[in-house]
Design a protein around this ligand. Structure first.
Ligand code: UD1
Ligand code: UDP
Length: 388
């Protein structure tokens, strides 16, 4: 079987690592396509290096732009790759724009496997919520990380035959790189100690593109620093950096901003933080796995299992609520259960796909499809029809 992986942003490179590793182990033909949505060294090349990820076979050079610009370019450029490569199956990971490449594949009759299916924030302001709902509606194989995400799909009337619960890819990745993370020297470089700092990230457009929520976040961080006398370590996304400048928001004492760091550095920072304060999706999962308290600066989460087990609070964007959530989380007993099963999600995923080889490689012309050739019947008992 010929597999195709489409990636384009930082978390794609991270989460596809165990899938690539599993396919390589089985010596499967794998074509890697980079959409080019992330291109800065600290979002892109650095991750290929650290995760020992093979060089992409195709680079679509899509870059930054509006949602429609990115999608338009992706559809046109990706079709050419599919026509040339003719893969049997295309992977679509999670909910960012590169995952929408699945639309082109399905339109061409190529099977689609959606990784991290069934996650729902029910927040229609998020481009990611739209993407994940669209992809889940048509993907042939929906790989869900948890029981909750599987239930979300069933509630939407999706056939259980398309759904497979396999656990969380990020758990595989953190397990695969546990030694390298442990050995990373970022704490020494930043002169910080375990439990001596808060780790912060913020990049969601609905938070940082507007003055009010961004001011609330920065003001909450100022208060948290004063209250706990622990530094705020904040590797900053370029979008957030631009907005801070645009709105003239001052950086208060105790808040350390710097360019995004690599996967190993960031994971080490997460693992040793006093508490993570974030609007990221993956950081909610990482901190749950690392047993570090997390506060999510959003009004919803698609990682509901982290809230259910008690590793995360969804605080909203009100300054006082963020501070209250931090107070609660740092005083909470760290005894939550890891909701992600075992770190073997990639293995399970590929095993399932390989077991469906005949179905995936079915005839590409409809008149050879076994169901169609055998089950057509003509009913003769309709006596009179009514206008319905
Ligand atoms: C994208 C994903 C988001 C994911 C995030 C991971 C979508 C809709 N959003 O958001 O789900 O959480 O990646 O980090 O797909 N920029 C750079 N260098 C880069 C890339 C971007 O400076 O390499 C700047 C540009 O000014 C760009 C802005 O960041 O306009 C936003 O980039 P974009 O890729 O559109 O969205 P992200 O916020 O990164
Ligand atoms: N990450 C990183 N360096 C940073 C910030 C985050 O390597 O400076 C990693 C982090 O380990 C996590 C992933 O990027 O696995 C999270 O990605 P992000 O928050 O950008 O996207 P989301 O998960 O919200 O889609």
């Amino acid at each position: 079987m010929k597999y195709m992986i489409v990636l384009g942003i930082r978390p794609d490179i991270i989460n596809y690592q165990p899938i690539v590793k599993e396919l390589k182990k089985r010596k499967r033909e794998t074509v890697i396509v980079h959409t080019g949505q992330h291109y800065s060294y600290f979002f892109d090349e650095l991750f290929f290096k650290q995760l020992k990820f093979p060089k992409p076979d195709y680079h679509l050079k899509i870059g930054s732009g509006t949602q429609a610009q990115q999608l338009g370019k992706l559809v046109q450029k990706f079709e050419k790759v599919l026509l040339k490569e003719k893969p049997d199956i295309v992977f679509s990971f999670s909910d960012a724009n590169p995952a929408l490449s699945a639309i082109v594949a399905t339109k061409m009759g190529i099977k689609v496997a959606h990784l991290e299916a069934g996650m729902r924030s029910y927040d229609w302001r998020m481009p990611e919520e739209k993407n994940r709902r669209i992809i889940d509606s048509f993907a042939d194989y929906l790989f869900t990380p948890t029981t909750g995400t599987k239930k979300n799909l069933l509630k939407e009337g999706i056939s259980p035959h398309r759904i497979f619960k396999v656990g969380k890819l990020i758990y595989d990745v953190l397990n695969n790189f546990k030694d390298e993370i442990e050995q990373n020297d970022i704490l020494d470089k930043l002169k910080i100690e375990k439990n001596g700092y808060f780790l912060v990230t913020a990049h969601r457009p609905e938070n940082v593109n507007y003055e009010k929520p961004l001011k609330n976040i920065m003001s909450a961080l100022e208060t948290i620093y004063k209250k706990y006398q622990k530094e705020i370590i904040f590797p900053i996304h370029p979008r957030t950096k631009k907005s801070l400048k645009k709105f003239g928001i001052k950086i208060s004492k105790g808040v350390r901003l710097f360019d995004p760091v690599g996967f190993l550095e960031f994971s080490k920072l997460e693992k040793n933080a006093f508490c993570c304060v974030t609007d990221s999706g993956t950081v909610q999962e990482d901190s749950c796995i690392f047993r570090v308290p997390c506060v999510t600066m959003r009004i919803s989460t698609e990682r509901e299992e982290t809230v259910q087990v008690g590793s995360n609070i969804v605080a909203g964007l009100n300054k006082n609520h963020i501070i209250q959530a931090v107070d609660t989380m740092v005083n909470r007993k760290i005894n939550w259960r890891n909701p992600y099963g075992k770190p073997d999600s990639a293995k399970k995923t590929i095993e399932i796909l390989e077991s469906k080889k005949d179905e995936i490689k079915q005839p590409k012309v409809w008149w050879e499809h076994p169901k169609i050739t055998k089950s057509y019947s003509i009913s003769s008992n309709v006596k009179k029809w009514k206008n319905p």
